[in-house]
Design a protein around this ligand. Structure first.
Ligand code: GLC
Length: 449
């Protein structure tokens, strides 16, 4: 019997695709791998189920010289523009390049939704989007599916401007598939008159439970944001998901400790149960009500919070260590600019990327939008420091942040994480069972590629 993914019954393949907006797998591997791929697709109903490389060696490349005579329209597609950076950069670029009209099209409120929307367009060979804003976790999948122009030459030309860890996020099979636009590291915003600066997660949770107005809000909804929030605690407690050889190491005492800690935090009132419905924006709005002591969010929130009645009442701190016994460590976030293989105007896309990564514009990334630049010099610019007083700490956070697991099946790995973390937080599954399931599902996902 033929178990190659192309022989997956049409109905199953179609259903998988409709539910998730995923790519149908095109594995070139043998029977057992193919069967594992099908199992992974069915079990996890995640996206990009069991994809295999379409062969990145022959991928079309973006030509740096094509920017010179570029003109016409350029459409940049990405998730919610909470900081205004996408629209703002498109407008500034158009002003400086009158021959090109750049616009931003929003394709989803969260990173998960933006990914589903992007995948649907790419699979349908849509020419609507020239540039896709790519979450740093998508590179392997999008490159292996053959959806992006190879940007190696372009990146090589702009390399000196860019922080090395941000460049790493665009690499797959020794080529660069995007150019870093802004990077990201989690921060704690705290009400300085009510709670103390967080030195450890255990202290933050203890302070948060002390009085009604001290509570902690974070991203606890079942999506990528919860994976990030969980991994920040796990990494700071010394745990990991995969080791350097790619072996699954998530079934560990550290994972159990962190899950129990998060669940207890909800029981004891450190965090409000409402966080189980919060993404980044909902977290921000909850904190803006003035009813909380601590908020975990990204740097862009700083500017937005300063425009509310809470201006002057809060401070910003890097993510703390777990309990002082291990090093603090965050999770590296950020967004890269990828050029769609279906773009009808790649020259304009190259021109936009050149503009967005200039040291000059990278200062605006911080000054105008409170996002983290990918150019290191920006962090010591006096205007940046005046607008973003925590710039030095932000740079240290970005440099110290660890990546999420790198894999073409990252979406399934992340789903295995956030689904099981959520089950523990919502009280439907015990920690031990959830950790075992998480590890099993990550192994299944990995085996599918
Ligand atoms: C931010 C980060 C991104 C992360 C997402 C999670 O947008 O930049 O890397 O995946 O948040 O919600």
């Amino acid at each position: 019997m033929d178990f190659t993914p192309s022989s997956i019954p049409m109905r199953v393949a179609a259903a998988t695709k409709t539910i998730t907006g995923c790519s149908t797998p095109h594995s070139r591997r043998h029977i057992t791998m193919a069967a594992a791929a099908l199992t992974a697709v069915l079990l996890l109903s995640g996206c990009g189920g069991g994809p295999a490389s379409q062969g990145t060696e022959n991928a079309a490349a973006a030509d740096p010289a094509s920017a010179a005579n570029a003109s016409g329209n350029l459409n940049i597609c990405g998730g919610k523009d909470a900081s205004g950076i996408y629209r703002g950069t498109a407008a500034a670029f158009t002003k400086e390049n009158p021959g090109i009209t750049a616009k931003f099209t929003e394709i989803g409120a969260t990173t998960d939704e933006a990914r589903t929307q992007a995948v649907q367009r790419l699979e349908g060979k849509s020419t609507e989007c020239d540039i896709f804003l790519l979450d740093v976790i998508w590179t392997s999948e999008f490159a292996s599916q053959g959806w992006l122009l190879d940007q190696t030459k372009l990146v090589e030309a702009n390399k000196d401007r860019l922080i090395p860890s941000t460049l790493e996020t665009t690499k797959f099979e020794d080529k660069y598939w995007g150019s870093p636009f802004f990077t990201n590291a989690g921060l704690i915003y705290y009400s300085k008159n009510r709670v103390s600066r967080p030195e450890t997660w255990t202290q933050l949770y203890a302070d948060a439970a002390k009085a009604p107005g001290n509570g902690y809000v974070y991203q606890g909804k079942q999506y990528e944001g919860l994976t990030v929030n969980f991994l920040e605690l796990l990494y700071s407690a010394g745990g990991e998901v995969l080791d350097e050889k790619g072996e699954v190491k998530v079934d560990s005492p550290e994972t159990r400790k962190v899950l129990d800690f998060m669940a207890e935090g909800l029981e004891k009132g450190s965090a409000d149960r409402a966080v189980l419905t919060y993404n980044e924006d909902a977290t921000r709005l909850a904190y803006e009500s003035g009813d909380y002591g601590y908020e975990r969010n990204w740097p862009h929130v700083y500017r937005l919070l300063n425009a509310t009645k809470l201006a002057g009442t809060f401070d910003v701190a890097p993510l703390p260590s777990f309990d002082g016994s291990s090093k603090a460590s965050g999770v590296l976030g950020g967004w890269n600019l990828g050029i769609s293989v279906h773009s009808t105007n790649p020259g304009a896309a190259v021109s936009f990327i050149n503009f967005a990564t200039t040291p000059e514009w990278q200062k605006h990334v911080a000054i105008d939008f409170s996002q983290a630049p990918v150019n290191e010099a920006a962090y010591s610019d006096p205007v940046v420091l005046a607008k973003m007083p925590f710039a030095k700490e932000l740079l240290a956070s970005v440099k110290g942040a660890k990546p999420r697991p790198v894999s073409p099946v990252y979406p399934q790995i992340s789903q295995a994480i956030h689904k099981n973390v959520y089950a523990v937080l919502s009280g439907t599954v015990g920690t031990d069972e959830a950790v075992k399931k998480m590890a099993e599902e990550i192994k299944t996902a990995k085996a599918s590629f």
